[in-house]
Design a protein around this ligand. Structure first.
Ligand SMILES: C[S@@+](CC[C@H](N)C(=O)[O-])C[C@H]1O[C@@H](n2cnc3c(N)ncnc32)[C@H](O)[C@@H]1O
Length: 264
């Protein structure tokens, strides 16, 4: 999502009661910031324009929701969407919060005291186009072990994507990080569950004829060796594959060059 700097975004967010101005200071006490702290807390990672979060939070006042995205210029759209949905429903936005944070550093803002019951990750390809390595994916094992620290035992991750490679790789990622995939589909809209809320990107990809892949993963046990494997996953599993692919491409390029020389 490439967007221009929006000078009005910061002041408007700072004036917004449901915007968390200083996320790192709330580490370990997120629940206490909501009007009903005893309620379960669910996160949306990469909430984008916030259409999904706004509709979900209005429909479930008995859950506290926190939406996270990388910059104010995206978050301001989520803020306005949330304002609109709550105004239409004539209820106060007291079970929702938003904040900007780089999710790759989410461990700076959450601790085991925060006990999140569910995480939503929707259509989250890496926000940084230069970050082409798989380790920047929000479902990568090195991310999943960060979420594990504040996700309750038996807590769930709901994941949706248009990207087949990301989806198939994520099945392996979840398993490596001690999650059990309890439900999955490679075409969510073929038999759309009544709990599904379509996100902005889901609507866009659906219009392009790209099926939405979705899964629900449940947190199970993971020992220290499993955690270490997740931390080193890029080095142990993906870097060797990248090297092999680069080597193969180099060999193919050399073979093509040699064939061209021969044909001259
Ligand atoms: C393709 S958009 C999807 C937005 C929304 N979830 C939807 O489905 O319409 C991906 C969003 O994830 C956010 N995102 C990706 N990686 C992130 C990261 N490391 N930290 C914070 N936000 C991130 C991007 O800024 C962007 O808003």
């Amino acid at each position: 999502m490439r967007m221009r700097f929006k000078p009005y975004a910061r002041p408007e967010l700072l004036a917004c009661d449901f915007h968390a101005h200083t996320p790192l200071e709330n580490k370990g006490r997120w629940k206490s910031l909501f009007a009903r702290p005893q309620q379960p807390m669910h996160l949306e990672l990469g909430c984008g324009k916030g259409g999904f979060l706004a509709r979900l939070a209005v429909a479930h006042p008995q859950i506290n929701y926190l939406g996270i995205d990388i910059t104010d210029k995206v978050l301001i759209l989520a803020k306005r969407n949330i304002d609109k949905q709550y105004a239409a429903a004539h209820i106060p936005p007291d079970n929702v919060k938003i904040m900007s944070l780089d999710i790759e550093r989410i461990d700076n803002a959450f601790s085991p005291q925060d006990q999140v019951e569910r995480i939503y990750i929707n259509f989250c390809n890496p926000w940084n186009v230069k970050a082409s390595h798989k380790k920047h994916r929000l479902t990568h094992p090195r991310q999943l072990i960060l979420y594990r620290d504040f996700l309750a035992d038996g807590g769930e991750i709901y994941f949706k994507t248009d990207d087949s490679d990301l989806f198939e790789d994520s099945l392996t990622y979840f398993q490596a990080a001690g999650f059990t995939v309890r439900w999955l589909t490679r075409d969510l809209h073929a038999q759309e569950p009544d709990w599904n809320i379509r996100t902005e990107h889901e609507a866009m990809f659906t219009e392009q004829g790209i099926p939405t892949k979705a899964l629900i993963a449940v947190k199970g046990p993971l020992d220290e060796a499993g955690r270490e494997y997740c931390r080193l996953y890029d080095r142990l599993v993906e870097a060797p594959l990248r090297r092999a692919a680069a080597q193969k491409a180099e060999q193919e390029a050399q073979a093509r060059k040699a064939a061209q020389k021969k044909n001259k």
